[in-house]
Write a protein that binds this ligand. Structure first.
Ligand SMILES: Cc1cc2nc3c(=O)[nH]c(=O)nc-3n(C[C@H](O)[C@H](O)[C@H](O)COP(=O)(O)O)c2cc1C
Length: 324
């Protein structure tokens, strides 16, 4: 019933993808998604060096025989400390089934991925970048709207507008992201022309997600109005949970802080430690507006199965409405 060109392309049961989740998307979470019939994704930058990433990919293969992906987030511009090259080498050597790229164009290494039979999903926040991704040979494009957790881009266009525009403009499958947390979102995305969904925030609130329980509790209490945008001043907009660290970042930006100054609050290392310690206020946590739709921490299997069940019921109801 939910077979699409995306499920066929990736060899998965349901058109549901867990997007990269920095510090959280380990094989523990990702394998649960793949086992439940979706596509789980390991976040490569969570692992400090080649060998730890390689170990995690191998652990993933022990945990599930189903297809999985690895997220490769790149900085908008090549900067010092960029690890794209070394990560790519591991992904090619390990021949992972799928790579999800984000942040900048994967053009320089598309051919290498193809040579290794690795499927490429490029994640973008605008139709312009989606078309570019198709033109350079991506197998599918994930398009994320303004409401998404993480990086919604600079254009402030919502999913409801981006999904149909991307779907009508591209020939390759479009995956919808941003604001999707349940079966209603899945049906809506398919209705708008997408062939699958990518979710981030919903998977943070699962039993398998390795975030400290205090962080999950903080997300659980959050409403749809409890996220905010930061980092516009450095052209790397991020939607995050509204907490002390995010408020400080925004006020520093308003006073013209430099990137170096901002890094004292937004550094990834601080988020990593805060996820472990359960420090809900002291660091930045990406979070989408759909956090307001989530009221329970569940296992990944429950999340996915409920989504599919709910989607089926909605389709029946809509069919009924049309008949009447
Ligand atoms: C906690 C968190 C961490 C994320 N980390 C990454 C990341 O490292 N790389 C990436 O490409 N996207 C990242 N994202 C974005 C997600 O993969 C996905 O595109 C987004 O969450 C979809 O929107 P939603 O939150 O409304 O589901 C992150 C999102 C969240 C909530």
């Amino acid at each position: 019933m939910f077979e699409t060109r995306l499920t066929q392309l990736l060899g998965i049961k349901y058109p549901i993808i867990q997007g990269g989740l920095q510090w959280l998307a380990t094989s523990q979470l990702a394998s649960a998604v793949s086992e439940a019939g979706g596509l789980g994704m390991i976040s490569s930058l969570t692992f400090p060096d080649r060998e730890s990433l390689r170990r995690e990919i191998r652990l993933m293969r022990e945990r599930t025989k189903n297809p999985f992906g690895v997220n490769l987030s790149m900085l908008p511009e090549l900067t010092k400390g960029d690890r794209t090259e070394e990560i790519l080498e591991v992904l090619l050597e390990e021949r992972v089934p799928v790579v999800e790229t984000s942040g900048r164009s994967p053009e320089p290494f598309v051919q290498k991925l193809k040579d290794h039979h690795i499927k490429l999903i490029h994640k973008v926040p605008s139709v312009r970048f989606a078309k570019k991704a198709e033109s350079i040979g991506a197998d599918a494009v994930a398009i994320v709207g303004f409401e998404c957790g993480g990086h919604p881009g600079m254009d402030d266009v919502t999913s409801l507008v981006l999904i149909p525009l991307a779907s009508q403009s591209l020939r390759i499958p479009v995956i919808a992201g941003g604001g999707i947390a349940d079966g209603r979102g899945l049906v809506a995305a398919l209705a708008l022309g997408a062939e699958g969904v990518v979710m981030g925030t919903r998977f943070v609130l699962t039993e398998e997600c390795p975030a400290h329980p205090a962080i999950k509790e903080r997300f659980l209490r959050a409403r749809e109005t409890d996220t905010m945008l930061i980092q516009r001043s450095i052209r790397n907009v991020a939607r995050v949970i509204r907490n002390k660290a995010a408020e400080i970042t925004l006020s520093m930006e308003e006073k013209g802080a430099t990137l170096e100054e901002l890094m004292t609050v937004i550094s990834g290392q601080m988020s990593k430690e805060a996820y472990q310690r359960g420090d809900t206020e002291g660091a930045i946590f990406a979070c989408g507006q759909c956090v307001g739709l989530i009221h329970e921490i569940k296992s990944v299997k429950e999340v996915i199965e409920e989504m599919i069940r709910e989607a089926r019921v909605i389709l029946q109801r809509l069919n009924q409405k049309i008949k009447n």
